[in-house]
Write a protein that binds this ligand. Structure first.
Ligand code: SAM
Length: 313
C-alpha cells in the first residue's frame, strides 16, 4: 500500500469510530451510517475522545454561523466522509456554500454514496453528482490534493467562492499527515487569499514524549507516517505557526481543556453512557490532541470572539 493510500485509510478509521460512537448515543448524526453500515465497538476512551473532537468542531462551526448570520462559507480540507453538510441542512443552518476537498479516490467513494443513498442526495436541493465529485448551489465536493494550493484556489473560484465573504476553514485531523512546509503553505494561502477568515485545526500535539513515540511508530508501521508530528510539539508551537503564516490572532487548547468548556449537562449525559474503569488512558489521549483556531478579521465582524471560552466547569 502506498503512503497516500494509507493516509486515505485514516478516513475509514475516523468514520468507523464516529459510526460506533453515534450508535452508542454519544451524539446524534443520522447520516454517518450512510457512509459506513457497521463498525466494530471501540473502547470507551476512544468514544469519549471522538465525542470531544466532534462536539468541539461542531460547536465552533455553529458559533461561526451564528456570528455571521449564515452569510459565510465553509471550506473543509481533507473532509473524508464528514457529514457536516447534512447535519447543518437538517438543522436549516447552512452557510451560503460548503466546499469539501479530499483525494480523488476518497471523493469518488463519497460521491457514489451520495448518488446511491436517498437520505444523502435528497439534501442537495439541485446540482449534479459524478465520480469526480458533487456540484450544487450549497455544496461542492472536489477532488484535489490540498498541498496544491493553486489548484485548490482555482477549483474554489470555478465553484463560485467569494473571497470577500467570511470563510471558515476546517482541518479535522489532516494537517498532521503533511510535511511542515506543506501545511504552512496551506495556512499562508488561506490567510492571504480570503479577507475575513477563521481557521479551525484539530490534530495531535505534545508528541515529543513516550505516548507520541508509540503513536508515531504505530502509524508508521501502517505505512502512514505523521509527517507533521514534530512541527507542533506544543500548544505554543501551534499558535506560533499560525501567527508566522499571516494570521492575526490564534488560540490553542488541548482536548483536556476543550472538554471543560463543552456544555456540562451533555458531558454528564455522555459520561454515563459507558463505564470507564481506568481514566489514565483517556487523560493521556486528551492531553495529546488539540484544537487551534486562528482569525483574520480586518472589518471587525467579531471572529476573534468565537472559540471555546465560556463558563469553566
Ligand atoms: C483522519 S482523516 C479525517 C477525515 C475528516 N476530516 C474527519 O475528521 O472525519 C484524514 C483525511 O485527510 C485526507 N487528506 C490527507 N492528506 C490530503 C491531501 N494532501 N489532499 C487531500 N486530502 C488529504 C485523507 O484522504 C483523509 O480523508
Amino acid at each position: 500500500m502506498s503512503e497516500q493510500e494509507a493516509v486515505q485509510e485514516t478516513n475509514d478509521e475516523a468514520t468507523a469510530c464516529k459510526r460506533c460512537a453515534v450508535e452508542l448515543g454519544y451524539w446524534k448524526d443520522g447520516f454517518v451510517q450512510q457512509y459506513m453500515r457497521s463498525a466494530e465497538r471501540r473502547a470507551p476512551e476512544i468514544n469519549r475522545g471522538y465525542y470531544v473532537r466532534v462536539q468541539g468542531c461542531y460547536s465552533i462551526v455553529k458559533k461561526f454561523l451564528a456570528q455571521t448570520g449564515g452569510e459565510c462559507q465553509i471550506v473543509s480540507l481533507g473532509s473524508g466522509f464528514d457529514t457536516l453538510y447534512w447535519r447543518l441542512h437538517e438543522e436549516n443552518d447552512l452557510p451560503k456554500c460548503l466546499y469539501e476537498f479530499d483525494f480523488k479516490q476518497v471523493v469518488a467513494r463519497k460521491s457514489l454514496s451520495i448518488k446511491n443513498k436517498r437520505k444523502l442526495n435528497e439534501a442537495l436541493i439541485d446540482g449534479s453528482i459524478s465520480g469526480n465529485g458533487v456540484k450544487s448551489s450549497r455544496y461542492h465536493l472536489m477532488a484535489c490534493d490540498i498541498r496544491d494550493t493553486d489548484s485548490m484556489h482555482e477549483n474554489l473560484l470555478k465553484a463560485g467562492v467569494d473571497l470577500n465573504l467570511p470563510t471558515l476553514f476546517l482541518a479535522e485531523c489532516v494537517l498532521v499527515y503533511l510535511a511542515p512546509e506543506e501545511s504552512r503553505g496551506i495556512l499562508r494561502w488561506a490567510s492571504k487569499s480570503f479577507l475575513s477568515a477563521f481557521f479551525l485545526n484539530y490534530e495531535p500535539v505534545n508528541l515529543a514524549d513516550r505516548f507520541g513515540d508509540v503513536m508515531r511508530t504505530n502509524l508508521k508501521s501502517r505505512g502512514c507516517p505523521l509527517l507533521g508530528a514534530l512541527t507542533c510539539k506544543t500548544v505554543d508551537d501551534q499558535k506560533s505557526r499560525f501567527l508566522e503564516c499571516g494570521w492575526a490572532h490564534c488560540e490553542c487548547l488541548t482536548m483536556t481543556d476543550v472538554h471543560r468548556y463543552l456544555p456540562a449537562d451533555d458531558v454528564k449525559r455522555m459520561e454515563r453512557l459507558e463505564f470507564l474503569d481506568e481514566t489514565e488512558t483517556l487523560h493521556q489521549l486528551m492531553d495529546h490532541y488539540c484544537f487551534s483556531w486562528a482569525t483574520n478579521d480586518p472589518t471587525n465582524i467579531g471572529l476573534a470572539d468565537i472559540g471555546f471560552l465560556g463558563p469553566r466547569r
